[in-house]
Design a protein. Structure first.
Length: 138
């Protein structure tokens, strides 16, 4: 990749993020990743307003998650999201979730995304400028 693009967000674990044992539920981690990924997309030129106007959206096609250590109620989590790879019709983002109090890695994750033109639901090729700026050098 020619340039690196990264977004860091922070989340405090709330009651609604946990199960009856006070441990973060797996869907809560995905919600936190969603926030980081949405802000990462904005750095790539796809902020929420632009997506609403163009009706072109990054759509998750695959998620891979490795749960390493649980987070608990009241923990502050740092989510580090990075654009990892650009392909012809999809791109990959990777995420590391770290508990700030002890710097333990809680989660590592990867997501594949495609651009989809709504309302038809038609996949679109990634912008050439993305490949030029963030794609692999051939």
């Amino acid at each position: 990749m020619t340039d690196s693009i990264q977004m860091i967000t922070r989340e405090e674990v709330m009651f609604f993020d946990t199960d009856c044992g006070g441990v973060v539920h797996n869907l809560a981690y995905l919600r936190m990743i969603e926030t980081c990924r949405t802000r990462l997309a904005a750095l790539m030129g796809m902020n929420l307003r632009t997506m609403a106007e163009t009706q072109l959206f990054p759509v998750v096609t695959r998620t891979e998650v490795d749960y390493r250590t649980p987070a608990h109620l009241g923990d502050w989590i740092r989510i580090e999201g990075t654009l990892a790879e650009i392909e012809g019709a999809r791109f990959w983002c990777q995420f590391i979730m770290i508990r700030e109090s002890d710097e333990k890695i809680l989660i590592t994750a990867r997501q594949a995304l495609a651009l989809v033109q709504m309302p038809a639901g038609k996949p679109k090729r990634l912008p050439a400028e993305w490949r030029a700026r963030w794609g692999r050098n051939s």
